[in-house]
Ligand binder design. Structure first.
Ligand code: FAD
Ligand code: 2HG
Ligand code: ZN
Length: 476
């Protein structure tokens, strides 16, 4: 499967033998060394785009165990892949060949929630939704929310610098994560934890681990600033006739909702059709070419509700919005969010999906969807676009019955070239993983890639950490 799609050669790594397994069993308890049939699920990614053949999954509980494992693997030149909730969308979380999987799922302890400062310290394997539930008890919220929250780990989020639905409000994790603890390839523990927002003590090394997708170290702990949970949340779901109106409605929202705006999403007609049909959800609106979600989070419900209602009325008066609803009823808000958050799952249920996650200037944001639709013609079932328009991040999806080489060659590298010509980013939030190393140069200069490689050599000279991912092969 993999060989056919991506011709890569297995690196010169050791092949696991019985002594290696015995060593792992001596570091961990025996039942935390998984071999054989049970390793299957750890070998395939969420979208079914990469299938490895690893026979060993390790489940450490402590930083020291991770350190022991890596020290040994480095000495034997055994390749490893760190795995969080395995919800990554770029094939980065699974082995390509027989790399040992280091699953972080048992490193799920929350160490401290400080309700005064909002600073939370935890291990990296805490599931995002569980972290959210725990901090809510102290009237805080995690500054990150995404459709995969029920499975993804906060450590996986940090390692991919995940964006999600509220980045417009809380910024990205380079701002919210105050410190990390990470284990380097040689087993050395890097304590870069901090309990403060302000800590300008030389180089901010933690940033190397935020978004480096397990290629420089394994994140074992982190400190994250959690803001106070909003007392009032309101949602508007609107139908829009054309993309220019999407842009102008966004502008109006920023002007009229300013400080309480917490999410701005856009969904095109085909994308919404997928989630409503596949997940059997009844949309509160008729069919429109575009839909937008505006969420406000504030501290006074009457004030926020009034503002959001006025915004909708104004947008309708200006003929920017064709129809819309405003709600703060939790069941109704849940339905609206489900229509948005379950698009990825719905597309997956319908066939094989080529996924592109690009940053584009807003003036050209949606153009690529009809362009690509035209380019692939009847070969694809659906070409659709949706995403975090408030952050200039488009999710472009090309759905077909199964992996199809002809479509593949029509969309890649076309999408990346198109993006690059507009000075966009070939990966807005999902990362580079296994799918995109050869396209990195469309968004990064040669000098930047060279420095990335030097850092990799410094921190992981044997290249045991997540090989075949992130960095382009040397001969490219
Ligand atoms: P995994 O998928 O297990 O791993 C992702 C990468 O991080 C891999 O390279 C892995 O090796 C590395 N890694 C994982 N844990 C560690 C660790 N502790 N130390 C070092 N490296 C590690 N992403 C967004 O940015 N925004 C979204 O809105 C969004 N929505 C999604 C919705 C759905 C339904 C799905 C399935 C995915 C979505 N994603 C989104 C992508 C994905 O959820 C995120 O990339 C998420 O952050 C991955 O977390 P994870 O724990 O599943 O990591
Ligand atoms: C989202 O925002 C995710 O829903 C997934 O980032 C995007 O599947 C996609 O293309
Ligand atoms: Zn997204």
């Amino acid at each position: 499967l993999t060989k056919d799609r991506y011709p890569v050669k297995r690196g010169n790594y050791a092949i696991i033998n019985d002594q290696d397994v015995a060593k792992f069993e001596s570091i961990l308890e025996k039942h935390r060394v998984i071999t054989g049939e049970e390793t299957q699920g750890y070998n395939i990614d969420w979208i079914g785009s990469v299938r490895g053949s690893s026979n060993v999954v390790l489940k450490p509980k402590t930083t020291e165990e991770v350190s022991e494992i890596l020290k040994y693997c480095n000495s034997r030149k055994i390749a490893v892949v760190p795995q969080g909730g395995n919800t990554g969308l770029v094939g980065g979380s699974v082995p390509v060949f027989d790399e040992v999987v280091i699953s972080m799922s048992l490193m799920n302890q929350i160490e401290r929630i400080d309700e005064y400062s909002g600073i939370v310290r935890c291990q990296s394997g805490v599931v995002l939704e569980a972290l959210e539930a725990n901090v809510r008890e102290k009237n805080l919220c995690v500054p990150l929310d995404l459709g995969a929250k029920g499975s993804c780990h906060i450590g996986g989020n940090v390692s991919t610098n995940a964006g999600g639905l509220r980045l417009i409000r809380y910024g990205n994790l380079h701002g919210s994560v105050l410190g990390v603890e990470a284990v380097l390839a040689n087993g050395q523990i890097m304590n870069l934890m901090s309990n403060f927002k302000k800590d300008n003590t030389g180089f901010h090394l933690k940033h190397l681990f935020i978004g480096s997708e397990g290629s420089l170290g394994i994140v074992t702990k982190l400190a994250i600033h959690c803001p106070t949970a909003p007392q009032a949340v309101n949602l508007a779901f609107v139908g829009v006739e054309n993309y220019q109106n999407v842009l102008d409605t966004f502008l109006l929202a920023k002007k009229e909702l300013g400080e309480i705006l917490s999410s701005v999403e856009m969904i095109d007609e085909l994308s919404l059709g997928c989630s409503t049909t596949m997940c059997n959800i009844q949309s509160p609106l008729q069919t429109y070419p575009f839909y937008m979600i505006f969420e406000t989070s504030g501290s006074n419900n009457a004030h926020d509700e009034e503002k959001l209602t006025n915004f909708l009325n104004n947008a309708m008066e200006k003929s920017l919005v064709a129809d819309g609803v405003v709600t703060n009823e939790s069941a109704k808000m849940k339905t609206i969010w489900e229509m948005r958050e379950r698009i990825a799952e719905s597309l997956l249920k319908m066939g094989y999906c080529f996924k592109y996650d690009i940053s584009l200037p807003l003036s050209h944001f949606y153009e690529i969807v009809p362009v690509l639709r035209e380019r692939v013609g009847d070969l694809a079932k659906i070409v659709c676009g949706y995403g975090h328009v408030g952050d200039s991040n488009l999710h472009l999806n090309v759905l077909c019955d199964s992996f199809n080489k002809e479509i593949y060659s029509l969309v890649e590298p076309f999408v990346f070239e198109y993006t690059s010509k507009l000075n966009g980013s070939v990966s807005a939030e999902h990362g580079i993983g296994f799918h995109k190393p050869k396209y990195l140069h469309f968004s990064k200069s040669k000098e930047a890639i060279d420095m990335m490689r030097q850092l990799k050599t410094l921190m992981d000279p044997n290249e045991i950490l997540n090989p075949y991912k992130v960095l382009p092969p040397l001969n490219k």
